[in-house]
Design a protein around this ligand. Structure first.
Ligand SMILES: *Cc1c(COP(=O)(O)O)cnc(C)c1O
Length: 367
């Protein structure tokens, strides 16, 4: 499947061309303003540096991570002209380091605003910042009373270069949820108290809410990586990952024999079992035990028994192509992260962010 397949136990192929195509698609769908690249959690497991490099080459001018550590790790990849934002904001005491590195914190509480102002004063410069308003998540951001309070202080933002005021949706993947409209209403009411600055509202699914969530900057992550931003409807995005693991052995067993830990799977007929080189230590979730499927030459094969730490067992009785040295596909355009997530009882975000460090990685379309 790739130049590195020869000796690999498992290969994770990441398609930067697909990620770039997804970004361009989101740009078209968000005409009210530019579209950032959210690359937190190592670009949802796919590699923050190669993804950021490629999307900046495509024209992205805003990159978001969750933590200062992630921002510092990306500093060499993101030119100073590109906004490098930290969604979680800064831990107290980290301001000087962030300022020296040209990192733009999201200010999530009045105390963070105070500390960033003090840092700006100490450096005698206006420091860039993004202010988050909480409109229902109750997670990060200034609440109504806090916005009212800082709005009464004319000096609150004087020393800062406030780039955006932002909020985050609770349930944008549910277009019928009345909370979407209510959050936008609260956001508009609160930001009207503040100096007029550009706005940032939509995450991936928010972009698909259309004009309701249109703002001056969208912040998608999931959709870039091919996760369906419109659950229950066909996925408009391109899958960006293909994961294949090596078949180490194929063995024939008798009806009545069991496979794997604790004998949770028992052959109902004489069966062929393929043992495959991936497991829960690679982020193949143990909750897929008895529920997962793989693809052998495009044919679906069921997981037999429990997921082990380093191994999987598939019932390949009906897949004559299965042979030692061959491959079982665990993710791909024909087995997308959303489908695997449904079987695992989770969301596709967790499937991607769990992808392990042991896979041999291969990037297509590197900038
Ligand atoms: C993670 C995150 C995003 C991106 O969300 P997706 O659903 O992955 O598009 C945007 N904004 C904030 C504040 C986030 O935490």
């Amino acid at each position: 499947m790739t130049p590195t397949e020869g000796t690999a136990s498992a290969v994770l192929a990441i398609d930067l061309d697909a990620i770039a195509a997804n970004w361009r698609d989101l740009v078209r769908r968000h005409p009210s303003g530019p579209v950032a690249a959210v690359v937190k959690a190592d670009a949802y497991g796919l590699g923050a540096a190669p993804v950021a490099r490629r999307l900046i080459a495509e024209g992205a001018r805003h990159v978001f991570v969750a933590t200062l550590e992630e921002a510092l790790a990306l500093r060499a990849v993101v030119p100073r002209a590109v906004l490098l934002g930290v969604l979680n904001g800064l831990v107290a005491g980290a301001e000087a380091e962030a300022a020296a590195s040209g990192i733009v914190p999201v200010l999530n509480e009045p105390a963070a605003l105070e500390r960033w102002r003090a840092c700006a004063a100490a450096r005698s410069e206006r420091l860039p910042a993004i202010l988050q308003i909480d409109t229902g998540m109750n997670r990060l951001g200034l609440g109504r009373r806090e916005v009212e309070r800082v709005a009464q202080d004319p000096a609150a933002f004087a020393a800062l270069d406030l780039r955006y005021v932002m909020t985050h949706f609770v349930a944008s993947e549910e277009p019928e949820n009345p909370l979407n409209r209510e959050q936008v209403r609260r956001f508009d009411a609160l930001r009207a108290m503040l100096p007029p600055v550009p706005t940032s509202v939509a995450n991936s699914s928010g972009i698909f809410l259309g004009p309701l969530a249109a703002s001056d900057l969208a912040r998608p992550g999931a959709a870039l990586y091919g996760i369906n931003p419109t659950p229950g409807h066909p996925n408009p995005m391109r899958t960006a990952v293909t994961l294949e693991a090596r078949i180490l052995q194929v063995r024939d067993i008798e009806a009545g024999e069991s496979v794997g830990y604790n004998s949770t799977w028992v052959a109902a007929r004489p069966a062929r079992i393929a043992t495959v080189a991936a497991g829960y230590a690679d982020g193949y979730l143990r909750s897929l035990s008895g529920r997962g499927v793989g693809l052998v030459a495009g044919r679906q094969v069921p997981l037999a028994g429990r997921v082990s730490m380093d191994l999987l067992t598939f019932d390949v009785t009906d897949a004559p192509e299965a042979a030692a040295g061959g491959w079982v596909r665990l993710l791909g355009p024909d087995l997308p992260p959303d489908a695997v997530a449904e079987r695992a009882g989770t969301n596709a975000y967790e499937i991607l962010t769990a992808l392990g460090a042991r896979y041999r990685r291969y990037y297509r379309g590197q900038a």
